[in-house]
Design a protein around this ligand. Structure first.
Ligand code: SAM
Length: 282
């Protein structure tokens, strides 16, 4: 996360502590995530499918599948899908929703597959949760066959993924950004093309490329927005859950004021762009 991780923490990242924090976070927010984020993260699926050159019959791997939206889209496109997530609660939810798809509990940084098993690999908003994203990209490269394609999505910088800007600005303005939660890699480190393409290249992918996708997060109210972060995300939610009751009430109020310009006919419509990045194994 921007300021919180990048400015207020000078210590090195402990990947084990950060993974544990993320893991227990995702275990507890699986239901909230599904309630609030499906409408949003599904908007990145079509551009990812295009970047992957999806064709029926190909073997596809969805990494950090969450409730399985991308895996579902890949199955509908006729691929043979396997999907992984390290949260057993997410995997249980995905199996409930899409019983015909193979979901496996596994870590993106250590995939339980032999080399060269897949034609396509993808991660929709997984990358910014891994303690060592470069390991996850190398793993994706390892399990792909030659000519295989890998694509991922990450949030744009907060000025274009406004939900993050609003909640983080509110924490800074009305709460305490210095609560003790394990430092992780900078949340927006791959939000710009050069960084995302560099990550792909450094992990062995050829012809890296990116595009920005304009998305809109639709929510019923400011309370729903607050709750989406509070009960649907491990990292931003962790920052909120670590506030005092008084700070939390102030943040909630501050958020309400910041959201007013985005209320359209009694519905919040918040611009949330993301970056899609992809490359080829040759
Ligand atoms: C933001 S959600 C994305 C879910 C889904 N792909 C979507 O498009 O909505 C991030 C997911 O990454 C999973 N995750 C985080 N770190 C992981 C890791 N190291 N290995 C596997 N899954 C991980 C979480 O459990 C969570 O389901």
């Amino acid at each position: 996360m921007t300021k919180q991780a990048d400015e207020n923490r000078s210590g090195a990242i402990d990947p084990v502590a950060f993974r544990q924090f993320e893991h227990s976070g995702w275990q507890s927010v699986a239901a909230g995530y599904h309630d609030y984020f499906e409408q949003l993260t599904r908007q990145a699926i079509e551009p990812l499918l295009d970047a992957l050159h999806v064709e029926p019959g190909k073997a596809a791997l969805d990494i950090a599948t969450g409730p399985g939206y991308m895996a579902d889209a890949l199955a509908r496109a006729g691929t043979q899908v396997t999907a992984i997530d390290f949260s057993s609660h997410m995997v249980a939810r995905a199996r409930e929703l899409y019983s015909e798809i193979t979901f496996i509990e596994a870590d993106a940084e250590q995939l339980p597959f032999a080399d060269e098993q897949f034609d396509l690999a993808v991660s929709n908003f997984g990358m910014l949760h891994f303690p060592r994203p470069e390991r996850a990209v190398r793993e994706a490269h390892r399990v792909l066959r030659n000519q295989g394609r890998f694509a991922f999505s990450v949030w744009s910088p907060p000025e274009q993924a406004l939900g993050f800007k609003i909640i983080l600005d509110a924490v800074f303005a009305a709460g305490n950004p210095d609560v003790p939660i394990p430092p992780g890699p900078p949340f927006f480190q791959f939000s710009r093309s050069e960084a995302a393409e560099g990550l792909l290249e450094q992990s062995g992918f050829a012809n890296p490329a990116t595009s920005v996708v304009q998305m809109t997060w639709r929510l019923a109210s400011a309370d729903a927005f607050f709750d989406a972060f509070y009960s649907g995300t491990p990292r931003t939610g962790g920052l909120l859950r670590a506030q005092t009751a008084e700070d939390l009430a102030n943040i909630r109020q501050d958020v309400q004021a910041r959201l007013a310009p985005y209320m359209v006919r009694q519905e919040l419509q918040i611009p949330m762009s993301c970056l899609i990045a992809w490359g080829e194994k040759i």
